[in-house]
Structures are given as structure tokens and as C-alpha cells.
Design a protein around this ligand. Structure first.
Ligand SMILES: Nc1nc2c(c(=O)[nH]1)N[C@H]1C(S)=C(S)[C@@H](COP(=O)(O)OP(=O)(O)OC[C@H]3O[C@@H](n4cnc5c(=O)[nH]c(N)nc54)[C@H](O)[C@@H]3O)O[C@H]1N2
Ligand SMILES: Nc1nc2c(c(=O)[nH]1)N[C@H]1C(S)=C(S)[C@@H](COP(=O)(O)OP(=O)(O)OC[C@H]3O[C@@H](n4cnc5c(=O)[nH]c(N)nc54)[C@H](O)[C@@H]3O)O[C@H]1N2
Ligand SMILES: [Mo]
Length: 700
């Protein structure tokens, strides 16, 4: 008899799908989207459809491994769990006795689960008094920008199909928000106008009615100019502005300086395109039809990403777009959830201590004692879980130098021998989503989801929670919270008495698979009520002013702007957004998906190629002062002039030259949220030395 297990997709994606896993005699034989779950609608993306191929992959890590060769070469020998825990505990205790802050956790969103994410792990590091990690690598600029403007909330995507205008702003939903794209198509069939704002003619941009191909990192200027036109032409919802916003007068003065002509110059687009978009947006919203901005993270990965997010997030208030369920803005919905972070992570175990904080974007500086970490105590141990920093963190050659330090004790919890695991002293095999219990929120919709284990752990793998639980026991941590089961942790992940969740319970979610937050109103901000300090959309942020920061949305050019002095040496702006068949660096080692992506590519415009006598299919070298990598050129008008595109994130060891796009990205931080600036990156491109791929093969 087959069993069907109710599960949830663990990946870092706004869709957080409800899944059904079919199990036959202990083996998972089928994985599918839950047909009853409204946002999943019975379909999974190509990647997660291959989840069984990933789970039963021949290269799954099956036992704990101890390093026996030089760091980076990936030479390991199997050891028992007990041997691994005994040695790791001894090493960590010796460091903690001197200074526990020399131990650092490094984790991100390999799983978005609240149980296998930061629950037992954070309890462990809090009890230890280890350094804290500021998890900034993805969304902290936009998250901060959003929080200071409307709160970390957005409209309900289940109404998107009713919109008359959808602006995909720095968002490529075909690749990274597939179930939203389904609704965009439905809206399009019903007559909606679809616009993409993106430096690249992405898979989604090419299916839109209009594509505004601006230069990377110039979105703030564009948003200020759209507002300029709306105000100049009185395309405003005066009533909404007066009742539900603060600081309009100052903002009006600010945007007066942003004529479409000025912004056109900055963004590298035509003034007419800006004018037309503003008028269209204003007219549709003011006529009471849905005008929706799907903002995504692509536009906040430049120096001014926080302010750019603010400049966009105020637009719906100007035209009263929040009054329609299908209007307003969707960036992140994660702030809707009444999460019980303190119960999950137990900061009380710190007993008032405030350890130092390491910004994960600067892990290279932190490990090498460079940049802002020069005067700090060196890191002695790092424990990596749910992340692959050697592939995904910026300034990669420095990241590698840090992880290669002989005096660094490094433990990696993983499914596979990733680029990072190669540098570990111990690699500990972790279970996948099919093998452990979890509970999830989403950043793209309004559901809480449960993940029930479908199969027994593969090999000797253990859930992250169990690894930290057993390590805690070895270290003598005897607080009762270390004995809690995964089920007990899941049950306290949310405040179930909160009005949004009072209609359901952990037990019910576990059985059915999901429950929707009851936020009360289909258009939750039709009458204001934003989760900001003032309860309004904040043109003027008193909280920013109090920190001595610019209180009004502003435009900050990229650090590495195409008109900066650096551009004389490195004239091309490089972006490295997600490839459709990978999920960050996850799935790159799944053969069928890698085969679809082919090999690492750089898309560049025919004009830029001609200037460098580069032809389609040629191997090129992309470089700047931070480093270089190689891949195959695709000469295509999908890339606008002046911008090159390296779809990411490749495993370094699966690329011909053993490198990826993060060789050239930098560790500079954004204006708000101290976030990463992956797409604020000038480079030059040249034909690669014909022998360079070969050289590496000989040297390994
Ligand atoms: N298939 C797939 N899905 C994913 C991921 C993946 O790796 N693969 N990653 C997941 C994760 S972690 C996240 S954070 C999200 C990522 O979400 P995003 O980073 O928002 O990724 P996309 O939706 O692909 O949109 C990025 C788009 O923004 C464009 N872009 C780049 N720079 C700029 C800019 O300065 N301005 C504007 N307007 N556009 C810009 C890119 O060309 C790209 O088409 O997706 C998640 N989903
Ligand atoms: N150049 C460039 N760099 C980027 C980006 C970009 O667009 N361009 N995007 C950035 C963004 S948005 C993000 S979010 C980061 C993402 O960076 P990461 O969060 O590091 O994401 P992944 O590369 O997917 O690595 C996740 C790892 O976690 C492991 N994992 C999954 N589930 C579990 C589990 O249950 N237990 C354990 N122990 N391990 C598990 C997976 O096997 C995988 O190796 O990368 C950033 N880096
Ligand atoms: Mo991300």
C-alpha cells in the first residue's frame, strides 16, 4: 500500500509549496504539488520535481567524515557519530573556555523550516555565548527599507490575477516565483498590462508587454521620477495621502528635483518610457482597478538598495493602490506571521550577555581579520549549516583564503560535499526535507505549512536539530530546552492564540498540511493601518532621522556606477541573478538540472562583444581588482549595452576553471540593513586564454 505524506517545500523561494510525497515500502516514489493548496495549485517547479533525484543522489553524505588531507581537497575518512561528537565537543569547549565569541555559526536558508533552521542551533550557540550572525546575504536592505516604509508586509498574491497593471520590478517570476507567474498570465489573459523593470531581458521580461531595461542599482532614481510625474500631473489619491501617510510635503519637494529627463540620464532609459509608465500607473489605480507592483530582491543588491526599496514602496500610497485587493505592493509577506522567535531560539540562554555580531556578507573579512574585523579577536571555529558560503558569499577568493586557514576549526552540516564542505574538518550528514519534521512560513503568500517526514533518514544522516541536541549533551548543556523534540519545537513556532491563527492549531496544520493566516481584510491596507511606527506609509521616517540617517527616500548611486572613475578600468556592470534550474547553489549537482543549464555563461550585448572582438560561444574571462572567472560568452540582446549577466550560482568545482561569479563580487554593504551588494559590481571582459581551462586540469 502506498502512503501519501503531507509535506512542504523547504527552499528559499517565495512560493513555499505544499507537497504530497508518495511512499511505497519506505521509499519515496513520487513528489507532487498539493492540488488542494490554493497557491501551489498542484504544481511544483522543475527543480523541486527532482527532489527525489536529489534525496536519493548517489553522492548523498551518509556518514560523518573527518578530514585527512589538506583543506580544500576534499579528502575525508568516515568516522562514527560518537567519535565526531566527542572530538568536536572537545575542540569547541577548549575555545569556549578562552573566549566563546571566537566560535561563529554560519547559516542561511538551505531550509526555510523554522525547526531545522535556527531553533536548536541557535539555542546551542546562545548557551555557548558564541558570536552572533547578522543574516544579511539576501534581503536585509530591502527588508529594512520596507520596514521603515510600510512594514514587512504586502498584498495577498491570491488576488494578483485581478490586477489591470502588474509591474515586475527586479523580479523574474518564471525562474523564482513560478506560482505568482501563473497568476500574472491569468491577469494578462483578462487584459492586464504587464511591465518588467529589469536590466536583463529575463525569461519573464521577454513575455511582458513592456520592458524597461534600466542600469543596475538605479531603481531609486526611477521611482522618484515616477512620483515626480504623478505629483506634477495630479495623478494622486489626495484623500489616501492625507489620511494614511506621513511626510508628504517634504517628499514632494524631494521628488520635484527628479524630472523624468534627469532619471532617464541616470537609469539609461528614455524619459518618455518613464512618463508613460507613471501615467499608466496613476490612471489605472485612480480608476479603482488593481495596480500591482511585484517588487523582488534583484533591485536591492546595490549600495542604495534600502532607499530604492523605500522609494518604490511609497508609490502605492500616492495613488491609493492599496484600496484594491489586487493592488498595492508585494515584496515580502513574512512580517504577517506571529512567529515565536524567542521560544524557538531561546535568547534567554545568553543570560544578558551580548556577544559580538559578524555580518555574514563580510565572512571573508571576518575570517581573515581584514576590513572592519582587523582589531577583533580572530575566529577560531565556524559551524556551517544550511548554507554554502564558499560558493555564495561575495569576494570568493578571500572567502576561500579564510576557510583554508589551517588554524580554523570548521564543521559543516550538509547533504553533499559542497565547495564549502571541502574545507571542513568534520562534515556531518544532515537529513533532507523528506526525512525530518518541520513547520514553515512564507515570504510570498499567507500560509503556515507543515512538513511531515516521509521516509527514514538516508544513511546515518540526522536532522540539524538532532545534531545540535547531541552535541549539546556532549558539551554538558543540561537546560531542559535541549531535550525538546522536533514536534515540541514545531508546536511553539507560532503564537497560535494570535487572531491571525486562532482558527487553527499546530495539530490541524500538521494533519492537513497548511492553514491560511486570517488577516481580516482582502485589501488589508485599504484603510491604512500599516505595521510602521506611525501606522501609516512613511515618506518621512522618524526612526531613520533618529539614527542620523536620511529620513526621506533618496537615490544613492551604485558604489561601482557605470559613470564612476572605476568604470574607466572596468566599464561593464555585472549582475548574477538566479538561474531557473538552480536554487542558489542547491541543485547544481543534480545532473538533470545541471544539464538543462548547460555550463556557466556570460550574456553580453552585441555592441559590447564587438568592442572586445568576442564572438558567441567563445570562452571569456571576467575580471576586476577582486578576481576573475571564466565562462562561455552568449552574445545576445537580452543583456542591455553596458551590462553583463552571469546566471548563478554555480558550484565552483563543477565549473571548468573551478571558479564562479562571486570571484568578482565585493563585500561592500548597502545603505540600510547592512546587506550584500552582489549586483553592484564593475568588471571587464576579455577573450580567455585558449589554454586556461586546460592549465587547471593539469594542476589539479
Ligand atoms: N529558480 C530559482 N529561484 C529562486 C532562486 C534561485 O536561485 N533560483 N533564489 C531564491 C532566492 S534566495 C531569492 S532571494 C529569490 C531571488 O529573487 P530575486 O533576486 O529577486 O530574483 P529574481 O526574481 O530572479 O529577480 C531578479 C531579477 O532582478 C534583475 N535585476 C538585477 N539587478 C537589478 C537592478 O538593479 N534593478 C532591477 N530593477 N532589476 C535587477 C535580474 O536581472 C533578475 O531578472 O528567488 C528565490 N527563488
Ligand atoms: N553572485 C551571486 N551570489 C549570491 C546571490 C546572487 O544572486 N548572485 N544570491 C544570494 C542570495 S539571495 C542568497 S539567499 C544566498 C544563498 O546562499 P545559501 O543560503 O548558502 O544557499 P544555497 O547555496 O542554496 O546553500 C544551501 C545549502 O544548505 C544545504 N541544506 C539544505 N537543507 C539542509 C538541511 O536541512 N540541513 C543542512 N545541514 N543543510 C541543508 C544545501 O545542501 C545547500 O548546500 O546566496 C547569495 N549569493
Ligand atoms: Mo536570497
Amino acid at each position: 500500500m502506498n502512503k501519501i505524506i503531507q509535506a512542504a517545500c523547504p527552499h528559499d523561494c517565495p512560493d513555499t509549496c505544499a507537497m504530497q510525497v508518495t511512499v511505497h515500502q519506505g521509499q519515496a516514489i513520487k513528489i507532487a504539488g498539493d492540488p488542494h493548496h490554493p497557491t501551489t495549485g498542484g504544481t511544483l517547479c522543475t527543480k523541486v520535481s527532482r527532489y527525489l533525484e536529489r534525496t536519493y543522489h548517489a553522492e548523498r553524505l551518509l556518514t560523518p567524515l573527518k578530514r585527512i588531507g589538506p583543506k580544500g581537497l576534499g579528502k575525508f575518512t568516515p568516522v562514527s557519530w560518537d567519535e565526531a561528537f566527542t572530538d568536536i565537543a572537545a575542540r569547541l569547549m577548549a575555545i569556549a573556555k578562552e573566549n566563546p565569541e571566537r566560535i561563529v555559526p554560519y547559516s542561511y536558508a538551505g531550509t526555510m523550516g523554522l525547526v531545522q533552521g535556527e531553533s536548536m542551533a541557535m539555542r546551542f550557540f546562545n548557551q555557548l555565548g558564541a558570536s552572533r550572525l547578522d543574516r544579511t546575504i539576501c534581503s536585509s536592505a530591502g527588508g529594512a527599507g520596507l520596514s521603515y516604509t510600510i512594514g514587512r508586509v504586502g498584498m495577498d498574491m491570491e488576488f494578483a490575477q485581478d490586477a489591470q497593471l502588474i509591474i515586475l520590478w527586479g523580479s523574474n517570476p518564471i525562474a523564482s516565483n513560478l506560482h505568482f507567474w501563473t497568476r500574472v498570465q491569468e491577469a494578462k489573459r483578462k487584459g492586464a498590462y504587464i511591465v518588467a523593470i529589469d536590466p536583463y531581458r529575463s525569461l519573464s521580461a521577454e513575455k511582458c508587454h513592456e520592458h524597461l531595461a534600466l542600469l543596475p542599482g538605479t531603481d531609486g532614481a526611477l521611482a522618484l521620477a515616477l512620483a515626480h510625474v504623478l505629483i506634477r500631473d495630479s495623478l494622486l489619491d489626495e484623500d489616501y495621502i492625507s489620511r494614511h501617510t506621513v511626510g508628504f510635503e517634504g517628499y514632494k519637494a524631494r521628488v520635484a528635483a527628479w524630472s523624468p529627463e534627469r532619471a532617464a540620464q541616470v537609469c539609461g532609459v528614455s524619459a518618455a518610457q518613464i512618463e508613460n509608465l507613471a501615467v499608466r500607473y496613476g490612471k489605472i489605480a485612480l480608476s479603482g482597478q488593481g495596480a500591482l507592483i511585484r517588487l523582488n530582491y534583484g533591485m536591492q543588491r546595490s549600495r542604495g538598495g534600502g532607499n530604492a526599496t523605500r522609494a518604490v514602496a511609497v508609490l502605492p500610497a500616492l495613488v491609493g493602490a492599496w484600496k484594491q485587493p489586487s493592488g498595492g505592493l508585494l515584496f515580502s509577506t513574512s512580517g504577517w506571521y506571529p512567529i515565536n522567535k524567542a521560544g524557538l531560539e531561546r535568547p534567554d540562554l545568553l543570560e544578558g550577555k551580548v556577544p559580538r555580531t559578524i555580518n555574514m556578507t563580510e565572512i571573508a573579512h571576518a575570517l581573515n581579520g581584514s576590513g572592519p574585523y582587523q582589531q577583533q579577536e580572530p575566529i577560531a571555529a565556524v559551524m556551517v549549516y544550511n548554507s554554502n558560503p564558499v560558493a555564495v558569499a561575495p569576494d570568493s577568493s578571500s572567502v576561500v583564503r579564510g576557510f583554508a586557514r589551517e588554524d580554523l576549526f570548521c564543521v559543516v552540516l550538509e547533504h553533499f560535499m559542497t565547495d564549502t564542505a571541502d574545507y571542513a574538518d568534520y562534515v556531518l550528514p544532515a537529513t533532507t526535507q523528506l526525512e525530518h519534521l518541520d513547520i514553515h512560513r512564507s515570504y510570498g503568500h499567507f500560509y503556515v505549512l507543515a512538513n511531515n517526514p516521509a521516509i527514514a533518514p538516508v544513511g546515518d544522516s540526522l536532522p540539524n536539530t538532532e545534531i545540535f541536541r547531541r552535541l549539546a549533551a556532549k558539551m554538558g548543556f543540561n537546560h531542559p530546552c535541549f531535550s525538546e523534540s522536533d514536534e515540541q519545537i514545531a508546536a511553539q513556532a507560532f503564537d497560535w492564540k494570535h487572531p491571525y491563527l486562532a482558527h487553527t492549531s499546530w495539530q490541524e496544520v500538521k494533519e492537513k498540511g497548511w492553514a491560511k493566516l486570517n488577516v481580516g481584510n482582502q485589501a488589508p491596507f485599504a484603510e491604512g493601518g500599516f505595521p510602521t511606527a506611525s501606522g501609516k506609509t512613511e515618506f518621512f521616517s522618524a526612526a531613520l532621522a533618529a539614527q542620523g540617517l536620511e529620513p526621506l527616500p533618496d537615490y544613492l548611486p551604485p558604489l561601482e556606477a557605470t559613470d564612476s572613475p572605476l568604470a574607466k578600468k572596468y566599464p561593464l556592470a555585472m549582475i548574477s541573478p538566479p538561474a531557473r534550474n538552480f536554487l542558489n547553489s542547491t541543485f547544481v549537482n543534480v545532473q538533470s538540472l545541471r544539464a538543462t543549464e548547460g555550463e556557466p555563461h556570460l550574456d553580453l550585448h552585441p555592441l559590447d562583444a564587438a568592442k572586445r572582438t568576442i564572438v558567441d560561444g567563445q570562452r571569456v574571462r571576467i575580471f576586476n581588482d577582486r578576481g576573475s572567472f571564466e565562462c562561455k560568452a552568449r552574445v545576445t540582446e537580452k543583456a542591455r549595452p553596458g551590462v553583463v549577466v552571469a546566471l548563478s550560482i554555480w558550484w565552483k568545482k563543477l565549473a571548468a576553471d573551478g571558479k564562479n561569479a562571486n570571484e568578482v563580487t565585493g563585500q561592500s554593504l548597502t545603505d540600510l540593513g547592512a546587506g550584500a551588494t552582489f549586483y553592484d559590481c564593475l568588471v571587464e571582459v576579455e577573450a580567455a586564454n585558449a589554454n586556461s581551462g586546460q592549465e587547471r586540469e593539469n594542476s589539479v
